[in-house]
Design a protein around this ligand. Sequence first.
Ligand code: 13P
Length: 303
Amino acid sequence: MIDYTALTNETNKEGVIIMNIVSSTPLLEEARQKGYGVVAINCDTLEMIQAVIEAADECEAPVIVQTTASAIKYLGMNYIVSAIKTAMGQVKVPVALHLDHGQDHQLILECIRAGYSSVMIDASMYEFDENVRRTKAVAQVARAMNINVEAELGKVGGVEDDIVVDEADSVLADPDECAKFVELTDITSLAPAIGTAHGIYKAEPNIDFARIEQIASKVKVPLVLHGGSGIPEHQLKKCVALGMSKINVGTEIKHTYANTMKQYIGENPKVDDARKYLSEARTALKNLVKEKMELVGSVGRVR
Ligand code: 13P
């Protein structure tokens, strides 16, 4: 078991302990080694962050809170970092903070400076060489600071926030290219397109399990599954067993949060206390995240 306190705390010249948010690299490496998954949940509001951390605490599971560029715009980068640091003082489980689908080099650097412990550089819309160039530029800065770097190869279809990839344009990742990409860029986690898509699936997703197996045999860094919403349980478990270590969930989170609030307000049309419907939504979200933790096998991994 890793000593997470050693990873999170540093002492400055005056002997004051500085709380650093835990890097997702050791969390994911441990998950890859032991064959379970760590859930990475897209959060847009403070209540969502609270729900995710409460779920992790109750499940004794490591967790990654992730925000997109537009969530940062809405919530404020420093509010997000402060919320995670506050939570870290209250729970025993390790919490990493990740920038999801970072496409702007400047924003990625700002996140690192503000305290994010993990960033994604998504240059998957470019050709291989340009993807390598952009990814390497981020990895060079981030690795020196013990920040996890995730990049995507192939193209994951669907809608994720402001990023839309038409299903027809989605491309699966080539296992040999994956190995070359990791070697050239020095990233610490890889998100290969393997047949999942962002958003809700209309039919059972067409996941290429043989491809996951091939990629996992050639790539030693932890693998990231994008488009984790609505994947049938048996498929998700198989992805984890084959080596996907970070499981991203966004759309289901958004839907559960909004639908719970809508239902509460529908049943209590006179409600004027935001705490009432927000706490309903927060509890529903916490329960959903706990279910996901159970599914990927991360429950009880931090004791
Ligand atoms: P879903 O919205 O499909 O769960 O995907 C989330 C995701 O992969 C975030 O990067």
